[in-house]
Ligand binder design. Sequence first.
Ligand SMILES: *Cc1c(COP(=O)(O)O)cnc(C)c1O
Length: 446
Amino acid sequence: MTLGLGFGGGRQHVSQSDPRQLIPRTDALLALPAFVDAATALGDAVVRAAIVTAQQQARDGQIAPEAVADAARAGLPTSSTSLEPVLNATGIVVHTNLGRAPLSAAAVAALARAAGYVDVEFDLDTGARARRGRETLAALLEQVPTAGDALVVNNGAAALVLATTALAAGREVVVSRGELVEIGDGFRLPDLIESTGARLREVGTTNRTHLADYAAAVGPDTGCILKVHPSNFRVAGFTSSVGLSDLSTLGVPVVMDIGSGLLTADPATPEEPDASTALAEGATIVTASGDKLLGGPQAGLVLGDQKVVELLRRHPLARALRVDKLTLAALEATLRGPVSPVRSYLHAEPAVVRTRTERLAAALGREVVDVVGAVGGGAAPGMPLPGCAVELPSGCAEALRRHRPAVVARVERGRCLVDLRCVPVGDDQVVQNAIRDVLDDLAGGG
Ligand SMILES: *Cc1c(COP(=O)(O)O)cnc(C)c1O
């Protein structure tokens, strides 16, 4: 369809020899209903930029002057965010590069509801100021009744920084050498902790640390003991570490960084520590991420002893790590709402995923192969997630990435593997259409 612009007369002199003079003017284009609507949705500047680009293409002779309106419209972005939604066909449930946890529909609706003015820090009954995010904190405490109080900050690293700053700035954090981990992208927990002004007091060895090692290090200068769950690697063989119940006898606060944000034990990830168990075993406070196994928005959770949580809440740094209303809304909806996508993908019934995969493979005339997925994103290292995938030629992976909607598959030993575990059930057909497009293109040499 063309937008049907009639340009005649006015001061525009139309020269037979120079079709560039037929290029429609910006003001005329901006007045067309399609561009008025687009300006409302995307902003004036974005629409102007698309128009200018199309006009330039006509000036350069790449398109005809009559095609400028359609080209400008085709050049409009589909959204005001450049973030591109992706179908995660990697089989990796919590994929850091793909934004970790996808939010539930309930959490998305909560985000939208919180987007305008809301009573995040205001009591509508009394008109007085109210505790920020009170219901989100209440929802956390409902799920971890052994915690005296809770606090939400920007991410897991922020929770850890706040805890070590409030408890140990200028003093020592006692930590096992087996737990000095790098959390990804070159960020190392020891550096993070030392950046707070606390001194690391390393005890034990990489593979073995004993209670006596901690006991010998703890003294008047100890701010806290820190225990970190090695969430992205596993030490196997001749190993030993000290449990929270033993550490809690040493008379100093014990901070447990559980990492992945399980609030209670989940049989699907038996080796992942959870907040309830860690507190019951003697941790003073636990810190965790909101967007790993909990399946919520990016957030850092602090749960545990009421006095210590209050100390953290009152610390000046807490203000710099404060979460916004959107995070509070999405987190509350994750805690109280329907099962999160992360949880449902982790608990996906193998037979159901296989049936979907076989249907996809049959429709495409391809093979189903057995694969081993992963939880990923700093959770359950080494825990295999047996599953299956549709096997495609390896060249498909790049084409699927470039396809819209984008499909990110896994490339393994020269094969492109499409794993439906983390694809919403309703999107199987979308994935199938994308693969068909890509296979057709490859067959056509396009
Ligand atoms: C992921 C992780 C962190 C960092 O949490 P973010 O939410 O990514 O800031 C810290 N400690 C452990 C053990 C982790 O697994």
